[in-house]
Write a protein that binds this ligand. Sequence first.
Ligand code: MN
Length: 512
Amino acid sequence: MSQDRIIIYDTTLRDGEQCPGASMNQREKMEVAHQLARLGVDVIEAGFPVISRGDFEAVRAIAREVRGPMISGLARCVPKDIEAAARAIQPAGKRGRIHVFLGTSKIHRQYKFGKAQDEILRLAVQGVRLARKHCPNVQFSPEDGSRTEWDFLVRIVEAAISAGATTINIPDTVGYATPKEYGAMFAHVLANARGARNVVFSAHCHNDLGLAVANSLSGVQNGVRQVEGTINGIGERAGNAALEEVSMALRTRRDVYGPADTGVKVSEIMRTSRLVARMCGFVVQRNKAIVGDNAFAHSAGIHQDGILKKRETYEIMDPQEIGWGVTELPLTKHSGRHALALRLKHLGYRLAERNLEAIFARFKALGDKKKFVYDDDLATLVDAAASDVVEVWSLDYLSVTSGSGVVPTATVRLTRAGSGRASTTHKDAGTGDGPVEAALRTIDRITGRQGKLLDYQLRAVSAGKDAIGEVTIKADFGKGQVLTGKGASTDIIEASARAYLNAVNRSFARAK
Ligand code: MN
């Protein structure tokens, strides 16, 4: 890879997935991984294999199926972590990478490990060596590196390089660094650690002070050739550096950051952002740079006038280049199977024939309810139809009465899928303070599972008064089961019931 190339290391599926409530199942992770490959990231950190069987399986499946990017698995500097990571990435062959990390700052050494510098150094070397036995690509991260004494940082980086590390990532784990400090740290390590010129240095920043992207870019100006981050900046606490921002900053300000380019196909940015938001149930804030709904919305008349005369008067980037506004004509109920299949392909979905059938049926039903079916509507249909959540309970019938002076009442009929026997139908009615509560409480009565609603979000998927409403809920089913559910319909009460049932079904899947 050319010296001018900046490697983009995506950790949406690991650090991004670590934020509370963002948990994705394996199918959702796989969708995201395929889209990351289309986006052209260089490395996908697919997970932390030792954490759970689910994480291990997801990393292994991604290593097996996703072509293009290198697939990385995270591990602490302990044999069982490293061996699990090695097994998980093994199907990727030469494109596999093991990422080992170990806390190096004084606070980590004293309080987390109770170990002196030399002992930490020894553990790091052992970890890197073991990882190298399994894989030629080994990345080492001194965790909390930005708060580690520079002398020790140089020593441990040197030791990791001579033990065989090929990439050295120095993270700002707690989002404490400022751009100047973070850049100076890289300049110092690169100038003083033996062997530094033979490896790739990497930045990994958190956004606790809103500086994640600025810090990453300062790293680039000081010798960093790999930037780590997530799509939409999701991640622990305030999140990670947003990769769409990093890539567009590098591209828009080549005059400052140099000719270094990324392999990112910017026309895939919007699609990736939307997909990640849907898959992890995290809505992108409206005013978010690059991908927020308002990122290119001009409301001041004087701006609008300027844009119409020449776009560059008020716009530093071309929104169309990153995938804004590339909506084609919406489909209608008259559109056939072929037109639908073609559009879905264009949207980047790879669907099995049986899924296409199910989506076509839903598409027709939707076409009867609303005049135009937009790309975003289709995406919602696909997510619902291709979901691999086993539908233990499904919604059969829902009727709600509400209004001023009426006690909101819901009548619900659910079908319970029979395992090996015929499915059964269950009906009940209940009341609530509002129509949504009435419906959800009635569902609880039927399923016998009590979920405590923690979050409820309603979003209009596309434009127009007949838009589909998409509801994302988060519910606590006890015993640490906090689950997300999604549902969509042109009727928002129905969408709410579907979203809740989706979470209920996930809780049944977990219970097994
Ligand atoms: Mn992190």
